[in-house]
Design a protein around this ligand. Sequence first.
Ligand code: TXA
Ligand code: MG
Length: 297
Amino acid sequence: MGIISIHQAIDLLKKGEPVALPTETVYGLAAPINNLDAIRKVFEIKKRPLNDPLIVHVSDLDMAKDLVANLNEDFKLLAKNFWPGPLTLITKKNLLKVDHLITSNGQTVALRVPKSKLFLEAIKSVGPLAAPSANLFKQVSPSKASHVVDSLPGVAVVDGGDCDVGIESTILSVDDLTVLRPGMISMSELSKTLNKTITHQLSKNVPGSEEDHYQPITKVIVFKSDDKLNNFLKERSHSPLLLQKDESLVARNLYSDLRKLDQSADFITIKWSKDFENEKWMGIKNRLEKASSYWMD
Ligand code: TXA
Ligand code: MG
């Protein structure tokens, strides 16, 4: 289908055709929440199981308010501080407004206001849009329009350039203040805003948190020690992926780098450093742990 304009995208959405739209994190495969045929197509296109719920994208806190059972003070404060931006907030849903197909029969809904003007324009014309990352289930998310064309050739995409953040949003369950998926908004930023403790729960029971998510086809090996990496490389003509010191840059380029290496190398090696063992790198570490087959000490 290739690249289309935002006006064409809005027309397609109104007709119930999912389209890929840019956000600041990764490209999303969007469909209106009030068109369940379109939502069903999203699951089908991605080959995603129906028990893995979708994030609903809204234009502002007012639109979010309509979709939840109750907006508590923590929710409001976080939304005021971090929206639009790469933070997804989960709370009890308004049962009348959000279908069980979107929330996989659960009682909660995940909400976020994306930064992309194009995405916001689509929401303003069509209403709230459910949008998972625009890739096949369990594969690497797209941070450029061309990634979507490669991963989902049948899907029309609006090109908003390269995603600025580069990895998916931080997901926080507001009712128990636990992070379900780390991202570039850190736990201490959330905790400072609320002046409350935030915990981290990486339960395997949370859909989408399976160990083998975000995987390139090529085997990824992460090395913690220089010696082991050098030893591994000795008899191979192969360049490891070197991570820069600036975590924002690393996140921005991560999925492009993995996709490029996936096509060009027999395996992907990455050098991890002790300098990255801090909160700012938690989202990147989480994605690498999932992408990699081995994490060598
Ligand atoms: O940055 C992002 O969040 C991107 C862009 C497009 O907004 N979206 C994204 O969606 O990463 P997706 O579907 O690829 O990942 C969303 C994750 C899934 O693991 C899903 O299980 C979880 O959010 N999720 C959605 N609703 C949930 C809910 N009510 N309770 C628990 N987890 C939920
Ligand atoms: Mg995804």
